[in-house]
Design a protein around this ligand. Sequence first.
Ligand code: CA
Length: 526
Amino acid sequence: MNRTRREFLKTVGIGTAALSIPQLFSSCGTSKQRPNILFIMSDDHAEQAISCYGSNLIQTPNIDRIAHEGVRFKNSFVTNSICAPSRAVLLTGKYSHKNGLRDNRDEFDGNQVTFPKLLQQHGYQTYMIGKWHLKTDPTGFDSWKILIDQGQYFNPEFIENGERKEYIGYTTDIITDMALKQLEARRSDAPFCMFVHHKAPHRNWMPNFKYLDNYSDEDLPLPETFYDDYSTRSAAAREADMRIDDMYLSTDMKLNEGSYERETGSGGSETYAKNAPADWQAQRARFTEQQLKMWDAHYDRVNREFKDKKLEGRALLEWKYQRYIKDYLRCIMSVEESVGRLLDYLDDQGLADSTLVVYTSDQGFYLGEHGWYDKRFMYEESLSMPLLMRYPKHIEPGLVSDDIVLNLDFAPTFLHYADVKVPSDMQGESMKPLLTSTTPNKWRKSMYYHYYEYPHGWHDVKKHYGVRTDRYKLIHFYDDIDAWELYDLQEDPNELNNVYSDPKYDSVVVSLKEELNRLRIKYDDE
Ligand code: CA
């Protein structure tokens, strides 16, 4: 039993010896009860922007509600911190080198075994709504409505069970409407598993009109590590093209040509650098006349301000940060609203007790930490994946878990809850024992990570793999570099001091390399 669980029992006045968790929380449901599964996943939503994770930037009461009525995982991590690979791991319960999708350029092989397919074969109604991003059509779903590639923030195009359809409106709201409509249309004689996958708050962070003016009269705090000079790190951090400094005045800052002299951004790919201003014009052209008017009512002021201020150096950088973080948070406000609508629906329909609700993101994100936006690195901000789960009477309310869990674990967890046999080649572990009993002794004490998208693709983050324990993180960057980094998360939670070459840590390096080797053999990664 971990500390937080003991504290919970104390707060409800039950001595830890008096009553065990299984007695407390499993007595109301039989093991054969198969829950509905509502899996809500946003895109690039960092823990730093969720209030139950201690955000100093935003309040997210609806998302927090899942944590307060269920569990919050403090140490949930992604195995490969980038959009499509994270989704492939979710579906298959296998690492990228096993499911065949290592980076955003790869296509997902939909013929392989996925947990929605298994649930479908075992009587579940299965639905996929929102961002899919795996290039091939979804398989294993009774009904699917997906955005094309990354999708658009406004007036999105969907592919619905193979047919293209256009909508007018804000995508986060449209996805929520679709989900509620699909729930209305479900059969009541079988459980459902529904994916609600938001596009937001992915780059380029276009908020809904009603939230555009939030934060207008305040400046948000810079993160502590905003001016990280990468002095103790390998070249990988310095050479990454994802600094807020590198953001585009056009697509990222949403300035119109005429408000700036020349585009100075570089963040992304070489092709994108040439197209950013044109891409921004194309995005503006998607608005209806009325929408454009509402958009410009806010951004005309931003354009004027930028033109007048003639900012340079740090003032320009910090101005960019404010533009970025405010639009990012405003996008989350719609996600937060969506979660509230979905939870309300479950309440209204009497489904709350029979539904396992999950809120997560495909991975974490940098909100200015180390001077960055984006993800990819094995550093904490992008390795961490918010994870909240609620299943009343089965998961104790207010539980905070510090067990290490991974997106690799979703598939076996849901199969376990649905009483479906977990295929032996799935590499994750069911989280159910963590939630219904004390943490099993054999639960993982370390996690394995591997990122591949280099040199082709976006942001120039070098290939790397590594291991993280509760205290340490060892990373090896490879390909056109051969560099190791070691962080002592207890002494240095912000990962500013790479202590790989510090003799004090020699024995730590040796044991972590052994652990890394063990994990590479375990997961069969050469
Ligand atoms: Ca993502």
